[in-house]
Ligand binder design. Structure first.
Ligand code: AMP
Length: 191
């Protein structure tokens, strides 16, 4: 059965060439492990790099982009399927529906917003799909420290990392998705 992973990542490439290398490596590993891509359809930054790599290797790529970003993010014209939405919210809903799991690569606040949103949907019991972070160059380690702070201050019951697949190596990350068993943890409300 075809499996799709939504990959959220920067519309920029970042300073370190490692980010570009890892975007290509993740694309290669996705094709190897038979995962297709759902992404924000931009032909810029790491977004364009991973899409191009998967297409080059014969994988399928579904892009979802709101009309107002078609020019700004230079919508990729060579995708297997391009879905143009009216709003950002529609974009995220379609990406979440089409994906069997979610990965954040390094990126900016757009990337952060999208991955955190699907984490909150897990917490609310709206889906039980796996979520992972590609922690290239320790990019997300400071976020994980901030989650630790939330937990210590009793705004989080457990560290989200316990339910996430977080790896610096692309193959380890995708093996985590292949062997994932969902566990529903209800949101902790301190009444
Ligand atoms: P960035 O990580 O800021 O470079 O953004 C990466 C991608 O996230 C781009 O395709 C943005 O259009 C997208 N993005 C940014 N904010 C949002 C949002 N609120 N909802 C959906 N996508 C977003």
């Amino acid at each position: 059965m075809k499996k799709y992973l939504a990959v959220y990542c920067g519309s920029s490439k970042g300073t370190n060439p490692l980010y570009t290398q890892q975007a290509k490596a993740l694309g290669q590993a996705m094709v190897k492990y038979n995962f297709h891509l759902v992404f924000g359809a931009g032909n810029v930054g790491l977004m364009g790099i991973i899409a191009d790599e998967i297409l080059r290797l014969g994988g399928e790529v579904v892009g979802v982009i709101p009309q107002h970003l078609v020019d700004m993010e230079v919508a990729h014209t060579g995708l297997t399927e391009l879905i143009i939405t009216d709003t950002m919210h529609e974009r995220k809903a379609i990406m979440a529906e089409r994906a069997d799991g979610f990965i954040a690569m390094p990126g900016g606040i757009g990337t952060l917003e999208e991955i955190i949103e699907v984490m909150t949907w897990t917490q609310l019991g709206l889906h039980q799909k796996p979520i992972g972070f590609l922690n290239t160059n320790q990019f997300y380690s400071q976020l994980f420290n901030f989650f630790e702070h939330m937990m210590q201050e009793k705004f989080l019951k457990s560290h989200p990392i316990d339910q996430l697949i977080c790896e610096a190596d692309v193959e380890d990350l995708l093996k985590g998705f292949q062997s994932y068993n969902s566990v529903y943890t209800p949101k902790w409300l301190d009444k």
